[in-house]
Design a protein around this ligand. Structure first.
Ligand code: HEC
Length: 141
């Protein structure tokens, strides 16, 4: 009897593991996409690519990414390079994501004002906000 129950539960837990793996892969894709947006912003802001009209789209993508970021780490989605500490220090983790969203908003404000000096500073502050979360919550790949 006990074995029957175990055998019935096995496919369920296997599909949970597969689902988790897909979720981890998904959040890594989203992180990679935001990395590409950062590189594109770098081309526009630091390297002078003359397509400034593209800038708001990239910045807003990062802002949305940062606001949605905690949702990429539901309880039980341990895996990938995510440190387990994320779920022990959840309020701090969420605060880090919020900081990235705020840094993206600051870059947006600087871009709207057309202030080059402030844009450079805001870009590096945004990059630092990514790095500081990685430093504490992402395992060294
Ligand atoms: C609140 C924390 C946090 C913030 C903020 C954050 N990240 Fe991440 N990032 C992580 C964690 C945790 C992982 C590891 C996820 C995993 O492997 O499951 C990760 C992974 C990545 C990866 C590797 C993905 C892969 O293919 O393995 C890239 C690239 C990345 N982040 C880029 C960024 C960029 C760019 C920003 C800022 C715009 C950013 N991240 C902001 C926590 C954060």
């Amino acid at each position: 009897m006990r074995w029957t129950i175990l055998l019935l539960l096995l496919p369920l837990s296997l599909s949970a593991v597969a689902g988790n793996r897909a979720l981890v892969k998904y959040r890594q894709h989203v992180m990679e996409a935001s990395h590409d947006h950062m590189k594109a912003i770098g081309s526009l802001v630091l390297d002078g690519v003359p397509l400034r009209g593209q800038l708001p789209g990239h910045i807003h993508a990062i802002e949305t990414f940062a606001k949605e970021l905690p949702a990429l780490f539901p309880r039980g989605s341990e895996g990938g390079d995510a440190e387990r500490m994320i779920w022990w220090r959840w309020p701090d983790f969420k605060a880090r994501a919020h900081k990235t969203a705020q840094a993206a908003a600051a870059l947006d404000t600087a871009a709207v004002a057309g202030d080059e000096g402030r844009m450079h500073k805001a870009y590096y502050a945004l990059l630092d906000s990514c790095k500081s979360c990685h430093h504490d919550y992402r395992q060294e790949p």
